[in-house]
Write a protein that binds this ligand. Sequence first.
Ligand code: CA
Length: 735
Amino acid sequence: MAKKWPVAVNAAAGLVLAGFIGWQFIGGDGEDAAPAEPVVAEVPAEATPLEAPRAEGATGVDRERISNADAEPGNWLSHGRSYNEQRFSPLDQITTENIGELSLAWSLDTDTTRGLEATPIVVDGTMYMSLSWGVTIAVDAKTGEELWRFDPEVPGEWGRYGCCDVVNRGVAVWKGRVYVASFDGRLFALDAKDGSVVWEVNTVPGPPYTITGAPRVFNDKVVIGNGGGEYGVRGYITAYDTETGEQAWRFYTVPGDPSLPLENPELEAAVPTWKGGEWWKVGGGGTAWDSMVFEPETDTLYVGTGNGSPWTREIRSPGGGDNLYLSSIIALDADTGRMKWYYQTTPGDNWDYTATQPLMLADIEIDGSTRKVIMQAPKNGFFYVLDRMTGELISANPFSTVTWASHVDLETGRPVETGEGEYGDRTAFVLPSANGAHNWHPMAFSPDTGLVYIPTQDIAGIYSLSEQWKEQGEFTPKKNWWNTGIDWTDYIDAINALPEIPMEKGYLKAWDPATGEMKWQAEYPAPLNGGVLATAGNLVFQGTADGFFHAYNAETGERVWSQRIQTGIVAAPVTYMVDGEQYVSVLAGWGGVNIVSGDARTSAAAKFGNDGRLLTFKIGGGEELPELAMLDQSIPEWPALTASEEEVRQGEIGYATYCMLCHGALAISPGVTPDLRRMGESTREHFQDIVRGGILSDNGMASFADHLSEEDVEAIKSYIQKRALEDRARQQPVN
Ligand code: CA
């Protein structure tokens, strides 16, 4: 089994296939060589230390104000700034001319080492944002002083139920309240002044549902979806009354158990598109875990839906069929939840090709006439422009490397599959991977340049059909664990067979949605970089995996400013104004899908740790980030391996099935959760207590006693030991 690796680096890197998961093991700081007791790195804060309640800004935010967001460009009132979610700010004090003087105004330590994905909301000098788990803070936008903190106190073991870290993408504000969903599926209305709970409602039946998305608010309704498509859940979104928390409507995205009545009439058309399987036993998927856009003009809520559960269509729906409404853009009547139209980007999804990526509304000129469009760059690699009034497909052009389909037929609106994506009788390498050509990281549109700025990557996914299905025609779901239908043994064997793990690149692409052409691109050493902000200063801002915050000339793509920030950025920046000064602010904290798909070779978090911070810049800010020391990346001594080859192989399969999704393929962590090769002696001694006993469950490292026997855990430890010994023997710097 000895493998030849060119360098002892994170292998998972490019080839990992999914949005993966995140629970916390011993903290995300990557250190564990010390022979002490396992260290708790992230202590959930107790509720609401409140000294000076000055956070009154959200009081007057309503439909009128958000609809006219351009009239108050100093604020950032909703998730994508305005209801059209273009993430374009009319502020133009910071420009390509003076950006050389942009520097740190202040930074705030968020007390988390897990991924930070939220877009802050800014109202009249106060910022509101969520951190990991749904912890929410209010911050003075001028000084960076934390005004209040709310902790939903999510049970740490819930971390095991999330595919891609314990992240949260933001809050919504409305009439004096802040709305946020916690990782365990509860929706909260908080008083914007002090963070106290006005009401709380549980939106899910239990695990393995999770929520990572930001709620949206309109017409005195707050709407939220959920996630869990990798585990096996049934997707739905729900609207609640903003005053009372009472349910207004719920829309299920896929049919449930056929022996039960349909919950919403739209499912009647969906039922015949699911053929022959028992999808409802693993939920079917279609989770609406991120994108939702409200349009006041027509009172429409546009929602993106996720992949199938399980991923593999042969298991989910052996008779074929499109499996509505997976991987679709759905237009709903915002007041009733009834569907107006849908467009399915990936009929019969087979690869985790979600259409949950950010949706954006714009009026753009196409072939001489102004069209009211909705745009999306979903995981499957095509950039879609639809008429948002009718759902008519206007164009769909590949914005990244795509091997699973040759093109989208504009007559039928359907992708034409090449067969390259089939994996029934072979292990297939497919582009894009389940990471997506573009994932959740927000894109931005500048009406000044007419360009959409998209964070993209080229990563090959490895897909192989479940052995159990191939051999017995059966699929036995694992309770509260991954049920994708993918065979992880074939997956690791495919990785092991590679001579080396290729470096993967990421890009920022400036895309002309009217012509379907790329205008310029910036190339990055790593995939899965941050969300994007565009401004009227002819600027585009983006943070990166390798620990930089960059600005570009929006027109030409010239990089005009860079700041090293010591950890990876995945969140999207915002810009706002206080007392006549323009600020640019971004949450810096590596994580999300990068928890395993990130590459330790390029990950700033792997080098410097992952202390989450809110960073805010202005012209002449003059502050400096506290310098972080490079982490000790060495692998400690381990005793000689005594386990048999068979035991190590059993451990390798167990690791790939249960550990890899958070701790990295080949036991190399990209820097969010601990690198297990660096376990100290004490952690090794307590390995059974941790993995089966759940002694670190408060941190997010839940017990796996429901799936792993003591013997399994010993075997996994032997596999980690083997990997540690291999990489230590190379005596090279790990990164
Ligand atoms: Ca998924």
